[in-house]
Each structure stands twice: as structure tokens, then as C-alpha cells.
Design a protein around this ligand. Structure first.
Ligand SMILES: *Cc1c(COP(=O)(O)O)cnc(C)c1O
Length: 422
């Protein structure tokens, strides 16, 4: 069951105080020596004033530091609190990568015999992970989630979760976010939203009743192409008391937190894909410029997408804030801007590789959300392994080019695209 009344806000950033609440967050965390920036804690173990305190931590009766860093450190705890507050959630668990966060959700909350419904336009490695889950006896239905009826007609008696991404990479498809949230609430199904591309600054999945939000922190959040990380945020909207896969040991206290507790205990302590303090620190620094970067790169991406759309040599451009996009209305209603991701195809498909080689500013590389603009032909690279049949099903054309817009001045990027188009 879901709670319809929203919980007490724990410092939810509004549009106007988003950055202020991030850059002042450290002041409200316990911190020795008055350091203005929260320090990095490299220690792998932690001690307590008395042996009773040590025992209390092990028995879950005290909220002291985790005794051993595989379950987190003071530095990762501060990052988790910051990320939870940015998404208006009531808790978060950080992981070494986005894929570790997604894997932890599935492996800790699903069992053989369960069924999940997912968007057919998922991040390639998430899609590949789902194939592994099928081998473990979990049923997966992939649907076009832009229409809620496709999701509802895929639901079975054993459906435990619906999993979607806010903006798909590389095709920029947007699922029927709000309608799926209403459906999951009504059917008492866990609703998981991967918000990597947009970040909490452009969209908060809690507003469409997501139960859990996941981010690869490697992309928008850290934003500088230098660190890997992932996070699962609990929105607090889902009541886990009737969810069958929660171990007895975690059926304690507020039932809205049981799912996240199990993700932390099983996902970090047992599976061990833990974020280091050093990485958490770098991600925390990235968050301080998140709003500035997302504003800037979204503005530039829209300009580039519009320019390309009007160019005679371009066949199509996919960007949610273009009027030509099938989810334009929903995207502009729900999202503050369209992010740094867009894709396009040239009319002469066989020219796409030569075009990329002519670019001087855009860097030929995979990766997303860097400070530099990146471009990659997707069918030949990141989607090569899946083969032509699956690429076709995912609407990935042979000439599709994916762009991750960086922080350069827009004119520099426009000039580069124009000279390469000739
Ligand atoms: C990159 C990405 C991931 C995986 O994140 P890593 O940090 O690279 O493991 C998951 N989902 C989406 C939408 C992504 O773009």
C-alpha cells in the first residue's frame, strides 16, 4: 500500500534553493574541526566510546557509524543524505557504479518465480542484466512504456516491479511516467525510475509516485567524467509490509523503509559493490555545480537539436524538448529542461562515420554527462554486441549518432557541426 499523504519534507530543494541546500548541506552534518567542506574518511573500520556502544551498533540499536566500510563510511553517509534530500526521499544507499545500484535492487528484492515489467528502451547493460535474471528464474516483460496500457496489460499475478528510465539513451523515448505511477499505486507494485539522464535538478520521480529512484552518479551527478558511482533513493511512498520478499530480520520499524534497508544490508554487506569515500567526495563536489551544468548543457542541447533539425542533410533529431518529439508535451510538463542527451541521423546514412571524423571539438567517445561534448555512432559501438534484430526492436538505426553535450559555448559546437556537415 502507498501513503497518499506526502511525508514531512526533509529539506526538499525547491527551484530557488536547490543549489543553496546542496552547498550548505555539510554544515548540518556532524563534523570535527569546523572544516567548511566535509572531510573524506578513508578508514575501513570505526570504533566507539564503549564496548556497549560497539555492541549496540552491531545489534542495530544505535545509529552510530557503520563498523566496517563495506556498509558505508561517514563520507558516503553524507553523500547519501544529500542525494536523498535532492530527490525528496527519506533515505539512500550509494554504490560503486550505477549498474551495481540496479543489480542490488533486482537481486535483493526479487526471487525466482517473480515477474517484472520494464521499458523496452533500457540502457544496454540494464537490458543485458535482465537476461541474466531470466536465467535465475525471474520473468521479464519488455514493453513500449510510452503507453500505460502496454504496461497494465503486461501485469501478471506475480508482478513485483515496473522499471523505466525517464529519458532513454540513445533514442530519448519517455515513458508514460505519471500514468505508470498511478497504475503501480493502484496495483501495489514497486515502481522504479532510473533518473540518470535528467538528475534530480530537472525532475523528481517522487512527483510521479516512484517507489525507488536510481541514478548512475557517473553521469549528470558527478558530471566531470572522472568517477563512477550509483545510488538508490527511497521516496518513502511504498509500504513494504505486504511485500513478500523482505527477510524477517528487516521487518522492523517503519515499513516504508524496509525495502531500502534490505538493499543496504544485502546489496552492500553481502554483495559488496561499495562506493569508496574518495569517490563519494568527488561526487559531492560534482553535485554543487549540478544545477549550473544541467541548465547550461540543456540550453545548448536544445539549440543544437533545433539547428540540426532544420539542416537539409539531417533526417531526424530526437530530443524531448523539440516539438517534433512524441513525448514533447509530457516532457515539458514534467521536466525543467531536456538534459544534455540527444541523437540524430543523417539523410545519407553511410556518411555518418565520415561526418564524425570531420568534427574537431566533439570528442569521439562513449560516456555521458561529461564537461566536454562527446559523440558516438551507436550501432557500430555500444549497441554492436546485441545484433541487428535487437537494435531494430530498440529503434536504433545504423546511422544513429548520440551526443552528450558538454559545457562549451554553444556557438563553438554549432560551428563545428556546420563545418562537418559541409
Ligand atoms: C550509465 C547508465 C547506467 C549505469 O551506470 P554506471 O555508473 O555506468 O554503472 C544506468 N542507467 C543509465 C540510464 C545510464 O545512462
Amino acid at each position: 500500500m502507498h501513503h497518499s499523504d506526502s511525508k514531512e519534507s526533509n529539506g526538499t530543494p525547491t527551484n530557488s534553493d536547490f543549489t543553496a541546500s546542496i552547498v550548505h548541506f555539510d554544515r548540518h552534518m556532524p563534523n570535527a574541526n569546523g572544516a567548511v567542506h566535509y572531510p573524506v574518511h578513508p578508514s575501513t573500520q570505526y570504533t566507539y566510546d564503549s564496548v556497549d556502544d560497539l555492541i549496540a551498533v552491531f545489534q542495530g540499536k544505535s545509529k552510530g557509524n557503520s563498523p566496517y566500510s563495506r556498509q558505508g563510511t561517514p563520507t558516503t553517509a553524507v553523500l547519501e543524505a544529500k542525494l536523498a534530500s535532492m530527490d525528496n526521499g527519506d533515505g539512500a544507499v550509494a554504490f560503486a557504479t550505477g549498474m551495481a545500484a540496479i543489480t542490488a535492487i533486482f537481486l535483493t528484492l526479487l526471487k525466482a518465480g517473480d515477474h517484472i515489467v520494464v521499458s523496452q528502451y533500457l540502457f544496454g547493460n540494464t537490458s543485458s542484466l535482465l537476461n541474466t535474471l531470466e536465467d535465475f528464474g525471474i520473468q521479464v516483460s519488455k514493453v513500449d512504456a510510452s503507453v500505460v496500457a502496454n504496461v497494465s496489460s503486461a501485469l501478471l499475478a506475480n508482478t513485483k516491479m515496473v522499471f523505466v528510465e525517464t529519458v532513454a539513451n540513445p533514442g530519448t523515448q519517455v515513458p508514460a511516467l505519471k500514468a505508470i505511477g498511478d497504475l503501480c499505486e493502484q496495483k501495489d507494485i514497486v515502481y522504479i525510475v532510473d533518473n540518470t539522464i535528467l538528475s534530480a535538478y530537472l525532475f523528481q520521480p517522487k512527483s510521479v509516485k516512484a517507489s525507488l529512484v536510481v541514478h548512475s552518479l557517473t553521469k549528470s551527478a558527478a558530471g566531470q567524467g572522472q568517477i563512477l558511482g550509483g545510488v538508490v533513493i527511497n521516496t518513502g511512498l511504498f509500504d513494504w509490509s505486504n511485500y513478500p520478499n523482505i527477510f524477517d530480520g528487516y521487518r522492523k520499524g517503519d515499513a516504508n523503509k524496509w525495502g531500502l534497508m534490505q538493499i543496504r544490508k544485502k546489496g552492500l554487506r553481502d554483495m559488496g559493490a561499495t562506493l569508496t569515500s574518495q569517490s563519494a567526495h568527488v561526487i559531492s563536489l560534482g553535485l554543487e555545480t549540478l544545477a549550473l551544468r544541467m541548465q547550461r548543457s540543456s540550453e545548448t542541447a536544445l539549440k543544437l537539436a533545433q539547428m540540426l533539425q532544420n539542416h537539409p542533410k539531417v533526417a531526424s533529431v530526437s530530443y524531448p524538448f523539440l516539438e517534433s518529439h512524441s513525448a514533447h508535451q509530457q516532457a515539458t510538463d514534467l521536466f525543467k529542461a531536456g538534459s544534455w542527451l540527444f541523437s540524430f541521423e543523417l539523410k545519407e546514412e553511410d556518411q555518418c562515420l565520415t561526418f564524425v571524423d570531420k568534427l574537431k571539438v566533439f570528442i569521439k567517445a562513449t560516456g555521458l554527462g561529461d564537461t566536454r561534448s562527446l559523440i558516438i555512432p551507436v550501432a557500430h559501438t555500444i549497441y554492436w554486441e546485441m545484433g541487428p534484430t535487437k537494435r531494430k526492436a530498440m529503434k536504433i538505426g545504423d546511422g544513429m549518432l548520440r551526443v552528450s553535450v558538454g559545457l562549451e559555448e554553444s556557438q563553438v559546437l554549432i560551428d563545428d557541426l556546420m563545418q562537418a556537415l559541409g
